[in-house]
Design a protein around this ligand. Structure first.
Ligand code: SME
Length: 157
C-alpha cells in the first residue's frame, strides 16, 4: 500500500473512531494511537496550549518533554507561526528540542479550534494544540503527510 493509500484508509478509520465522541482528550488519545500504530512512527502525540506554553497531551511512544514555550523548538515554532512545519533533519533546525536522541526528522501540525468551539483565547480559529510526529529516519515527512495530517487534526472538532 502506498503512503497515500494508508492515509486514506486512516482518515476513514479515524472518522469512525471519533464519531459521537465529545471529549477532546479522548479523541486526541485515540487519534495518536491510531496514527502511531498504522503509520509506524517513532513518537506521535499532542501538545495542548495551556496559557503561554504547550503541555504534553495524549501520545504514543517514549517519554517526552512535558512543557514547551511559545516559539521554542519545532512545536513552539509551529504554534507561533500558525503553520505546519516539516523538518527533514532535526540537527539542522535551530532550537530543536531533543526529547529523544533517536529522533531524526519531524512534522508538527497546528490544531485549530473552529470559532464556534469554546476556547480560552476567544480569538477566531485559535490554535489549541499541535500534533507532533517524530521519525528515527531522516526526511520521513513530505507534502503527503502534511495534507493528510492536517485533515486528520481537523476531525478533532
Ligand atoms: N522535538 C520537539 C519536542 C517534542 S518531542 O519531539 C516529542 C520540538 O523541537 O519541539
Amino acid at each position: 500500500m502506498s503512503k497515500e493509500e494508508k492515509y486514506q484508509l486512516l482518515v476513514r478509520q479515524i472518522k469512525a473512531l471519533v464519531e459521537g465522541e465529545e471529549d477532546e482528550i479522548a479523541k486526541m488519545a485515540n487519534i495518536a494511537a491510531m496514527v502511531h500504530s498504522e503509520m509506524g512512527f517513532w513518537w506521535t502525540g499532542f501538545y495542548r496550549v495551556q496559557g503561554d506554553e504547550l503541555v504534553l497531551g495524549p501520545f504514543q511512544g517514549p517519554v517526552a518533554c512535558s512543557h514547551i514555550g511559545f516559539g521554542r523548538g519545532v512545536c513552539g515554532t509551529a504554534w507561533k507561526e500558525g503553520k505546519t512545519i516539516i523538518v527533514p533533519d532535526v540537527d539542522q533546525f535551530p532550537g530543536h528540542i531533543a526529547c529523544s536522541s533517536e529522533s531524526r526528522s519531524e512534522i508538527v501540525v497546528p490544531v485549530r479550534c473552529p470559532s464556534a468551539c469554546e476556547s480560552a483565547s476567544g480569538s477566531s480559529e485559535p490554535i489549541v494544540a499541535v500534533l507532533d510526529i517524530d521519525s528515527r529516519s531522516l526526511a520521513t515527512f513530505d507534502e503527503t503527510d502534511r495534507v493528510y495530517l492536517e485533515q486528520i487534526v481537523s476531525l478533532l472538532f
